[in-house]
Design a protein around this ligand. Structure first.
Ligand SMILES: [Zn+2]
Length: 97
């Protein structure tokens, strides 16, 4: 696989990882706010629905991180972090940053 293709695939993975993390973060903040203020709803959505959404987001986050956040070249798991410069297993360059 060409290195530019590897970088492109990693870039797409990274954007998805950031998006999933962002959704999870927003839901986590909403849940903390709901539970600390003992509200029964937020923005017209019942607190139970927020909790279900949070659990679903956590599940998606976990599945994505453990199953799909892998090196596009050697398929080994990548360490935590949104900007991985090189794969620790095969040493290929994943991003310029
Ligand atoms: Zn690799």
């Amino acid at each position: 696989m060409e290195n530019s293709e590897i970088k492109q695939k990693y870039s797409t993975l990274r954007i998805r990882f950031i998006a999933i993390s962002g959704v999870f973060f927003v839901l986590m903040c909403a849940w903390i706010y709901i539970s600390s203020s003992a509200r029964e709803e937020l923005l017209g959505i019942p607190s139970a629905a927020w909790l279900i959404a949070l659990v679903l987001a956590l599940t998606v986050y976990g599945v994505f991180f453990f199953r799909f956040y892998r090196c596009p070249n050697c398929d080994s798991r990548l360490p935590k972090g949104w900007t991985i410069k090189t794969c620790q297993s095969c040493g290929c360059h994943l991003s310029e940053q």
